[in-house]
Design a binder for this molecule. Sequence first.
Ligand code: HEC
Length: 144
Amino acid sequence: MPRVLFIRIVLPAVMGLLIAACGSAAPQGPLAQGREVYANICSACHGSGGQGGIGPPFAGVLDTFSSCEDHQRWVTLGSDGWKAEVGITYGDPNKEVTGGMPSHEGRLTPTEIAAVAAFERSQYGGLDPATALQQCGFDPDSNG
Ligand code: HEC
């Protein structure tokens, strides 16, 4: 093969493939995935550090949802969906649904919703990461 062809065409193609392969193979555990979802979507209303804004802060999120299943259901349904399917209050303290939390059904996969719930519970709720992962249905060792 002519040297010039190798350098101009074959080499860049191989490098491109290598870079693509590395990108997709980079390990990303549920908590890293949750952090990304949080930054992209939730932080706009709940604050970049979970301190609250349009939406409530997350310091007390474990008091609101002792169960991660309910936490995920809330994020899936949002205020309107919750009101229609579950009732006019949410969480263990029966907080009144005042509105404004969007549904994330179809926008996020169930795994992404579980990941962001685990992230909120550990990062802002203060739960240790392994317990948060386990509560939300992940392998407690799949940290990352
Ligand atoms: C458009 C603004 C907005 C976005 C985006 C948003 N939220 Fe909310 N969130 C709210 C509001 C407002 C409430 C209170 C809702 C109510 O009382 O009906 C809330 C409540 C919550 C609660 C209950 C907290 C507590 O302790 O009472 C959780 C958990 C939550 N949101 C998680 C999330 C997650 C996870 C995301 C991202 C996937 C997200 N939210 C995105 C506005 C938002």
